[in-house]
Ligand binder design. Structure first.
Ligand SMILES: Cc1cc2nc3c(=O)[nH]c(=O)nc-3n(C[C@H](O)[C@H](O)[C@H](O)COP(=O)(O)OP(=O)(O)OC[C@H]3O[C@@H](n4cnc5c(N)ncnc54)[C@H](O)[C@@H]3O)c2cc1C
Ligand code: FES
Length: 279
């Protein structure tokens, strides 16, 4: 179990990165061994003193000095207060929490499908593939509403040079691909059918992606999603984040699709995924 007392987190820098979103550079004061072993897809709890606490995902993972980045969209009280903090502010940190993505691309071809801010929890997987000299095993389809809504501008510019990647916009200017990621799905399946698919984004996109994968012959245990639930303790104590018998803060937020369907079928009170997430 994690200690529930927040540790010191320093706000080092930030820049605008997408509509109402900022890319924050943060540093955990005195990082612990667990902070240096974060797996992409895991999350942390960030608190603004006197305001509150909320879960966020790591974009770049903590280095030895505890420095990492996060892409945060302004939503309500906590993020509003965070956006008002000056560089140098001392915030609170708890984590890491949850289970990350399976990093099995050393042996397989992986297709990453992301929508909107859902690219943030997948950035670590892409960087991990690049740092292991395996970018050819990984392809990316990234969709956003329009150019303003796209996030991780700097990272995408680098990834474009390193791996097969499709960017598509719902409202596309001339010269850019138009439509949802699913409309461009066939290209990667035709060229190099993936052995596994990792998806994060608005819930309808994740469900449609999973079903499209099944139609193309992928089995349910080869598709992974990242769920968003309201979280308070992040430590399996409060029960706010449950999905059937599973606590998303501990067993998730990443779930294999077969497991998700199994949990969902035992959770008839709230069918489907949540109707809200930060993507
Ligand atoms: C595992 C995980 C990882 C996340 N990673 C990121 C990230 O990397 N970047 C990012 O910007 N956000 C992320 N989020 C979402 C972020 O935690 C919420 O947007 C957070 O509530 C913002 O706090 P707030 O006080 O600013 O807004 P709030 O005042 O909490 O929320 C604003 C509005 O959004 C609704 N809302 C917020 N969160 C939820 C929810 N989970 N379910 C239903 N309704 C909700 C509220 O009802 C309200 O209407 C993540 C969430 C989870 C569970
Ligand atoms: S957030 Fe408390 S049990 Fe998951």
């Amino acid at each position: 179990m994690n200690d529930s007392t927040p540790r010191r987190l320093l706000l080092l820098d930030h820049y605008a990165d997408g509509e109402d979103a900022r890319h924050f550079s943060l540093r955990i004061d005195l990082p612990l061994a667990a902070d240096l072993a974060v797996i992409p897809g895991q999350f942390f709890m960030l608190s603004v003193p006197g305001v509150g606490e909320a879960p966020f995902t790591y974009v770049s993972l903590p280095d030895r000095s505890g420095r990492f980045t996060a892409l945060i969209r302004r939503m309500g009280t906590l993020t509003e207060a965070l956006f008002a903090q000056p560089v140098g502010a001392v915030l609170g940190y708890r984590g890491p929490f949850g289970k990350g993505w399976p990093l099995f691309f050393s042996a397989k071809r992986v297709l990453v499908v992301a929508g909107g801010c859902g690219l943030a929890p997948l950035a670590g997987v892409i960087d991990e593939a690049i740092s292991h000299y395996l970018p050819q095993r990984l392809s990316l389809i990234y969709g956003a509403r329009n150019a303003d809504a796209q996030v991780l501008r700097r990272e995408r510019a680098e990834w474009q040079q390193r791996l097969p990647m499709i960017e598509t916009l719902d409202e596309a200017p001339v010269g850019m691909r138009q439509g949802s990621p699913l409309q461009h799905f066939g290209e990667f399946f035709a060229a190099t059918p993936p052995d596994a698919v990792l998806c994060c984004g608005p819930e309808p996109l994740m469900l449609a992606t999973a079903e499209a994968c099944l139609k193309r012959g992928l089995s349910r245990d080869k598709v992974w999603l990242s769920l968003e639930r309201r979280m308070h303790c992040a430590d399996g104590l409060c029960g706010h984040c449950y999905l059937g018998p599973s606590y998303v803060c501990q067993d998730g937020p990443t779930y294999r699709y077969d497991r998700f369907l199994q949990l969902q079928s035992r959770y008839s009170a709230r069918p489907g995924l949540q109707d809200h997430n930060f993507c």
